[in-house]
Design a binder for this molecule. Structure first.
Ligand code: IPD
Ligand code: CA
Length: 268
């Protein structure tokens, strides 16, 4: 197969996620003047989401017109014939914390090549954190290498538990009960991408969600893989376009997490 310039994409992604983070932060600092619209129950967006995505989309299109694009706010670009690569972007993951003046939100950019997530970039400017990952090259937080936490059992730490109203409460509550029955404990910060990054850097032992979209999680899943963790095969069954259940975590606890949401590990 012809060679592909991942180095150039890694370099641009690294610069772009910080630039987009600064733009989103400038909106966060004048939250009171934003127009916040509801897209559904507990699902908000403001001009910060749209304009941050447009900045990212335009920069990527200028540098790599041959790549495809999928973003939470503007959707997918017209298919680029024969595109091997696709950028998957959430301009602000954790919109509810963002509009509530809380710090758990981030800009998330993933690059998928030939169906495999190769690069992940997550900037959380309100937390002063920048996560970057490249398959085979490790993952960093603010430039320092990170690794998942060795955890043997569900009782060894906290599990990030994602929930949105896309899942009926009657399907979610049995999952929560099973986790608690096993001696596990959960956190939900409002940003799936950041909780997954917290798995990558060893703060959480794992993450589960019954339904999540690709733009919420792909960049951070690259982080977990590069940091030595195990992730489920999110892109199976058209997960890129349709979303999927998700489990990710330290290798020893992954099988237990995966069985809670009925997913299989990604084979690498
Ligand atoms: C949501 C958050 C949340 C997750 C949801 C996402 P948004 O994204 O990541 O933690 O549980 O599945 O939709 O609405 O903040 O961009
Ligand atoms: Ca999101």
């Amino acid at each position: 197969m012809a060679s592909f310039d991942l180095d150039a994409r890694f370099d641009l992604g690294t610069r772009l996620v910080s630039e987009a983070g600064e733009l989103a932060m400038s909106y966060f600092q004048r939250l009171g003047s934003l127009t916040i619209k509801s897209k559904g129950p507990q699902d908000m967006a403001s001009e910060a989401d749209l304009n941050t995505e447009i900045l990212i989309r335009d920069r990527l299109a200028a540098a790599f017109p041959e790549d495809a694009f999928l973003g939470e706010e503007t959707g997918r670009t017209d298919a680029v014939a024969g595109a091997r690569g696709i950028w998957v972007v959430d301009p602000i993951d954790g919109t509810q914390p963002f509009v509530s003046n809380m710090h758990n939100w981030c800009v998330s950019i993933a690059f998928v090549l030939d169906g495999r997530t190769e690069l992940g970039f997550v900037a959380a400017p309100a937390r002063r954190e920048l996560f970057i990952a490249r398959r085979g090259h490790g993952a960093t937080l603010n430039g320092a290498p990170i690794a998942v936490r060795p955890a043997a059992r569900m009782t060894d730490g906290l599990v990030g538990l994602g929930y949105s109203s896309r899942t009926p409460p009657g399907e979610f509550l049995p999952l929560l009960a099973t986790l608690l029955d096993q001696g596990g404990m959960f956190v939900r910060s409002g940003s799936g991408a950041l909780m997954l990054c917290d798995v990558a850097c060893g703060r959480l032992i794992g993450y589960i969600e019954q339904y999540i979209n690709s733009w919420d999680c792909l960049a951070a899943l690259a982080m977990i893989e590069a940091a030595g963790g195990v992730v489920s095969d999110f892109l199976a069954n058209d997960g890129m376009w349709r979303g999927h259940a998700l489990a990710a975590g330290a290798p020893e606890v992954f099988p237990g997490l995966a069985s809670l949401v009925g997913v299989a590990p990604l084979k690498v």
